[in-house]
Write a protein that binds this ligand. Structure first.
Ligand code: SF4
Length: 464
């Protein structure tokens, strides 16, 4: 009888891609999957540890899974923790949570099946390096070989997707070389490492042949793509080549770094009809004071000029960004300047995060830490101001027509849920569309619709 694995994937899109890789490997080894922890022989928690809230969520999931080790609750024998939390806390995880049987670091995700089997065979408390790999059961398919990550681009290898069949992420690099003061990612994921362009193109072709219509490009800093292996950035070229693939309809660029966005890249976004007029570019703040302290290589003037350039060169561009509230040294004036910026530049999609003091980062030891109470107050102030901006933006969209990818049909409202180039999957929500025979329209197909009303922050459209 095959062993059953329950897999919990937490955190960002980049972690989700790692989860997909692990699931493909486990499927190749003949593991079965379950969503019921009481039926699982093994649980894998692929963790996130970006900020405090992510850490708590990871710990809660690990502890909840651990409770299924009690015989009255299930038959769980192997509790495996993978992902960013392992990189950061591998020394203490075992001590803090004795139910954990094994930890799998980011460089070892291809060994996930071996680790589970090792534990299920009765071996306990191991770090990945302790496993003699010769004891590992032979993989059932090529996809599960130890070289899987480099070799899995053959079209015959099974693909395991945690996203709907019609869109996917494509992770083009891992790690980060940027010096952002608040960020622990370079410590966790190491130096920036690009995936060679030919591997990415075969992956993209394979996604297209599997029915994927929209590819979302991700990395810690996608705009740095290629510098480590080609000595120069090749992101614009990569995007054009992916857009050339026949069945791909949309290519969307996520996780860019403002300082690294080149004119060539802007021209590709503006000029290639298959590239979404959308850019995800975390600005983090706008004030000179904060951007300097954050070591972002930007200031207010450069940030404003950058946004103006995007607006001028890419008509209709939709800018998605995020801001950190309460970074050490932030003043009331900095917060007000951010609000003015949002009002002036009418940023279409903005997320706001409370600064989290992450050990091992430069900002953690900065003086002038901002108290939680002040952070909360400023977060509220900026969120309320941004809600007004968002309402204005939504009102200005009424009467506008866009092409939408159908995601689903909502039984309750009788409407389609769909996304245009303006809505990235997972983060930007959906537009509700009324259409004739909506129930029979197939997810992953495209439809044109005109926005007819906005309610709270939701948009409603009618098929045209
Ligand atoms: S660009 Fe900055 S914030 Fe983003 S992953 Fe790299 S160091 Fe972290």
């Amino acid at each position: 009888m095959a062993y059953k694995v329950m897999f919990i994937s937490l955190g960002c899109a980049k972690n989700l891609v790692d989860s997909e890789k692990m699931l493909e490997i486990l499927a190749g080894y003949g593991f079965e999957f379950t969503e019921a922890p009481s039926e699982a022989d093994a649980v894998v928690v692929n963790t996130c540890t970006f900020i405090d809230e992510a850490k708590s969520e990871s710990i809660e999931n690990i502890l909840e899974a651990a409770s299924f080790k009690k015989p009255e609750n299930g038959r769980l024998k192997a509790l495996i923790v993978a992902g960013c939390m392992v990189e950061r806390y591998k020394e203490t995880l075992y001590d803090e949570i004795p139910e954990i049987d094994a930890v799998v670091g980011l460089a070892s995700i291809q060994d996930i099946a071996a680790v589970i089997l090792w534990v299920l065979e009765g071996n306990k408390k191991i770090m990945l390096a302790d496993i003699p790999m010769v004891r590992v059961m032979r993989p059932k398919s090529k996809a599960a070989s130890a070289n899987y990550i480099e070799a899995n681009e053959e079209l015959s290898a099974p693909r395991f997707s945690l996203t709907p069949p019609f869109w996917s992420y494509l992770k083009i690099a891992d790690g980060c070389d940027n010096p952002c003061s608040f960020c622990v990612i370079p410590k966790i994921r190491g130096k920036f490492k690009s995936v060679p362009i030919d591997i990415l193109l075969s992956r993209a072709k394979r996604l297209a042949s599997d029915g994927v219509k929209e590819i979302n490009i991700i990395a810690q800093d996608s705009t740095n793509y290629g510098r480590d292996i080609y000595g120069k950035t090749r992101l614009a070229e990569l995007i054009e080549k992916i857009a050339d693939i026949d069945d791909i309809k949309w290519v969307r660029l996520l996780y860019t770094y403002p300082l690294h966005v080149t004119d060539q890249l802007i021209d590709v976004i503006a000029g290639n009809p298959k590239v979404c007029k959308y850019i995800d570019v975390p600005l983090q703040h706008v004030s000179d004071n904060l951007l300097g302290a954050m070591k972002r290589g930007m200031n207010y003037k450069k940030t404003a000029a950058f946004v103006e350039k995007l607006r001028e060169k890419i008509p209709g561009v939709c800018i998605r960004t995020s801001f950190i509230i309460g970074h050490p040294g932030e003043t009331e004036e900095d917060n007000d300047q951010l609000i003015e910026f949002l009002e002036k530049y009418k940023i279409e999609k903005a997320g706001f995060f409370r600064y989290s003091q992450e050990e091992g980062t430069p900002a953690a030891s900065y003086e002038k830490q901002v108290s939680e109470k002040v952070k909360m107050r400023r977060l509220k102030k900026v969120s309320v101001a941004y809600d007004r901006v968002l309402k204005d933006i939504n009102k200005s969209l009424i009467g506008k027509e866009f092409e939408y990818m159908i995601e689903d049909y909502d039984e309750e409202s009788g409407m389609l849920t769909a996304r245009s180039y303006r809505e990235a999957p997972d983060v930007d929500g959906y537009v509700s569309i009324a259409a004739e025979s909506a129930r029979y329209l197939v997810p992953g197909t495209f439809i044109n619709a005109k926005i007819v009303k906005t309610k709270k922050f939701e948009l409603y459209a009618e098929a045209v």
